[in-house]
Design a protein around this ligand. Structure first.
Ligand code: EPU
Length: 313
């Protein structure tokens, strides 16, 4: 049952005194009852107490601070594949602040902060004649979010170019460097635990002439612009593709494009996208998702699995 509460009662941390000062002393910023709709590409979601960490190297200290106070937390990346419930989230939401010195190149390798923008990582690498990620160009969000989900498009998956990952292990409370062999990537998933916080990643990229990379980037951008609602508020594809099937095609064949619940609409451009066109609530989106699931199951006998990450209490 959803729990309703007012902003003064958000997280257990908010009820303690001197929090803003203590969090600031840890190199972070305290944002009580921050509306999560402002931090998600879908533009829906209620409030949560947020901590934005500038000094990433102090993550272990921050986590220790939260553990001592028994505070539950979640990590927010770019918020581009996320659906947050309207009543908000009781856990504290941690976000790593993007840093200007996010990318370090060495030969065909680049070490990237997970807070870096994925698209910028693709284009900055291209300028150094490093390709292999062209298909990911229009995928919005951070490098960290892309790694957790093993983001992919147009034949590229980020997991394919990963060499090493520096993570804060939720389970041990320690920083660890994992090599490729120690991480499993699969279709829209990885072996990272939900409480693993990815800090940086080393990518190994094939060398290619800049012009060639640019041409492929242009092709992918063009394909995406014509087949996806890139200028509308969405969280990308809502459901995964079942093996050998296309969810977008099935929803389209059922004639559901343009179906509207409240402010949420099934995109006319790509049926596996739900767009927030008229001030939608998360509730509107959940109703559309339930309807799609039910119709697809009835017509095709397939149980759709969510691709979007859903945050509820
Ligand atoms: N199709 C329709 N109607 C639609 C949408 C698609 O008939 O409304 C047909 C297309 O004509 C095509 C087939 O379905 O024959 C597949 O469509 P598309 O090429 O657009 O790819 P997709 O399988 O729907 C996947 C990823 C996208 C990724 C694209 C391009 C999933 C769930 N989706 O979409 O990823 O951008 O391929 O590689 O894996 C995302 O992860 O959020 C996402 C959007």
């Amino acid at each position: 049952m959803p729990r309703h509460y007012c902003s003064e009662e958000m997280s257990t941390l908010a009820q303690q005194s001197g929090i803003a000062e203590q969090i600031a002393a840890l190199g972070a910023q305290w944002l009580p009852a921050e509306p999560l709709r402002a931090h998600t590409s879908l533009g829906v979601g209620g409030p949560a107490d947020m901590i934005r960490l500038r000094d990433h190297w102090r993550l272990a200290e921050l986590m220790d601070y939260l553990r001592q106070r028994d505070v539950r937390w979640r990590l927010l990346g770019g918020g581009t594949n996320l659906l947050v419930v309207d009543e908000g989230i009781e856990d504290v939401v941690i976000q790593l602040v993007r840093q200007p010195e996010g990318l370090k190149f060495e030969g065909s390798r680049v070490e990237v902060s997970t807070a870096a923008n994925l698209g910028a990582t693709v284009t900055e690498s291209a300028k150094r004649n490093l390709g292999g990620m062209e298909g990911l160009i229009g995928v919005p969000g951070t490098v960290g979010g892309a790694l957790h989900m093993n983001a992919g498009a147009y034949g590229t998956q980020i997991g394919d170019v990963v060499r090493a990952v520096t993570i804060f292990r939720g389970a041990s409370g320690k920083l660890e460097v994992l090599r490729t062999e120690e991480v499993r990537f699969e279709y829209r998933g990885s072996s990272f635990a939900p409480d693993d916080i990815l800090l940086s990643v080393t990518l190994e990229l094939p060398e290619k002439p800049y012009a060639e990379i640019l041409e492929r980037i242009k092709q992918c951008n063009q394909k995406r612009r014509t087949s996806q609602p890139v200028n509308e508020k969405s969280a990308g594809c809502i459901f995964k593709n079942p093996p050998g099937l296309s969810t977008g095609k099935m929803i389209d064949e059922l004639g559901l494009k343009g179906t509207q619940v409240g402010g949420a609409v099934i995109s006319e451009r790509h049926a596996n996208f739900i767009v927030n066109r008229h001030g939608a609530t998360a509730g509107d989106i959940f109703k559309l998702m339930d309807m799609i699931r039910e119709r697809v199951h009835r017509a095709y006998g397939v149980a759709l699995e969510e691709e979007v990450i859903v945050w509820k209490n």
